[in-house]
Design a protein around this ligand. Structure first.
Ligand code: DX5
Ligand code: ZN
Length: 221
């Protein structure tokens, strides 16, 4: 795997042909499948659950599946997603009564664990759990929908988290989600991200490989 990971969000894929879409985007050079779970409670939208994750594994998808839980409560879904083949499970700290316990639960189930910070969520919630994090995901839009515009002050937040990670000495991925495209991916990487979720920027184009190649070109500078 390269230093930078590209994780297409299947929220913008054609759900009627999901297996094929995921295959296509992986063959086009994607590293990770970003799987958005929304419950119409924590966020005002409703998407897919563990059955669909399992269906992708049964279809033959072997790439890492990065499950982004936008749900409340969180804990009941963790064993279900672990059984369904999730590789990484991330959740929003506001959605869990006991963040430390939820992180441990994810790890006990053999998955990598991460916290997701909304645009207005401060960094203080990371402070006492850095040792349990494999991923920190910064939202650069408000969660709930694909196709929104990147919120520019996320760049400062990325720089601050990059500093925290580097100072901690832990091996933690810094993932960014929302409004990422070929035009802004370079400055997002410069601000410290090393894992890039992109939904509409990839799936709304006819040639996924073309977009992913362009993203990697930008990242190579
Ligand atoms: C938003 C989701 C994102 C979304 C990204 O709540 O978490 O993963 O699908 O979509 P784009 O890349 O279109 O902003
Ligand atoms: Zn997401």
């Amino acid at each position: 795997m390269s230093q930078y990971l590209i994780a297409p969000s299947i929220l913008s894929a054609d759900f009627a042909r999901l297996g094929e879409e995921v295959d296509n985007v992986l063959n086009a050079g994607a590293d990770v499948v970003h799987f958005d779970v929304m419950d119409n409670h924590y966020v005002p939208n409703l998407t897919i659950g563990p059955m669909v994750c399992k269906a992708l594994r049964d279809y033959g998808i072997t790439a890492p599946i990065d499950v982004h839980l936008m749900v409340k409560p969180v804990d009941t879904l963790i064993p279900m997603f672990a059984d369904a083949g999730a590789s990484i499970i991330t959740f929003h700290p506001e959605a869990s009564e006991h963040v430390d316990r939820t992180l441990s639960l994810i790890k006990e189930h053999g998955c990598k664990a991460g916290l997701v910070l909304n645009p207005a969520t401060p960094l203080s919630c990371l402070e006492y759990v850095m040792d349990k994090l494999d991923v920190i995901l910064l939202m650069s839009v408000n969660p709930g929908f694909g196709g929104q515009k990147f919120i520019p002050n996320t760049l400062d937040k990325l720089r601050a988290v990059r500093k925290m990670i580097d100072q901690s000495g832990y091996d933690i991925r810094l993932e960014i989600d929302g409004g990422v495209n070929v035009d802004n991916i370079a400055e997002i990487a410069e601000a410290g991200a090393d894992m890039f979720v992109a939904g509409s920027a990839i799936f709304n184009q006819p040639d996924y490989k073309h977009v992913i190649d362009k993203m990697r070109e930008q990242l190579a500078h």
